[in-house]
Design a protein around this ligand. Structure first.
Ligand code: 5GP
Ligand code: ZN
Length: 142
């Protein structure tokens, strides 16, 4: 019998798949990207499943943006990058690969290539350590 698998980000929200969690509240969850483009690459998602910007309700989009702003400040403090890319893709043609709305936050340094997808899986211990550093700043700065 065919079953409909929930999407990977819904499984993470439900606690059925692991993630390096950075932040969580009623509406949103932020965690490290499994295939980081660089140090500190993370994702902010609404807990509710929406495929993309066209399906998502305004409250979810606003919540994700507000938390992205807070986490961008924390990334700046924790990692001191030269810049931070905030990216969001809608539809396979735009490069979207996970069809649960999400925002990428990607710290970048001068000269880093502009890429949205990493080629190899992040080192688990490194991702855990970076998540802890970002969480510590969020705890401190709110
Ligand atoms: P998109 O291409 O849809 O904008 O980005 C999806 C992102 O999700 C990619 O950067 C990819 O590395 C990340 N990703 C895919 N599966 C998982 C997963 O199971 N856990 C985490 N933490 N990230 C994932
Ligand atoms: Zn989902």
């Amino acid at each position: 019998m065919a079953t409909t698998e929930p999407c990977i980000f819904c499984r993470i929200v439900a606690g059925d798949a692991p993630c390096d969690r950075v932040y969580e509240d009623e509406l949103t969850l932020a965690f490290m990207d499994l295939f980081p483009v660089g140090e500190g690459h993370l994702l902010v998602i609404p807990k509710q499943h929406h495929q993309d910007i066209f399906e998502a309700d305004e409250a979810s989009l606003l919540a994700v943006m507000a938390i992205s702003r807070r986490i961008a400040h924390a990334l700046k403090t924790a990692l001191e990058p030269d810049g931070i890319g905030v990216h969001q893709l809608n539809g396979a043609a735009a490069g979207q690969t996970v069809f649960h709305y999400h925002m990428h936050l990607i710290p970048r340094n001068q000269g880093d290539p502009i890429a949205l997808h990493g080629r190899k899986r992040g080192e688990p211990a490194e991702m855990e350590a970076i998540a802890a550093r970002i969480r510590a700043v969020l705890d401190r700065e709110g």
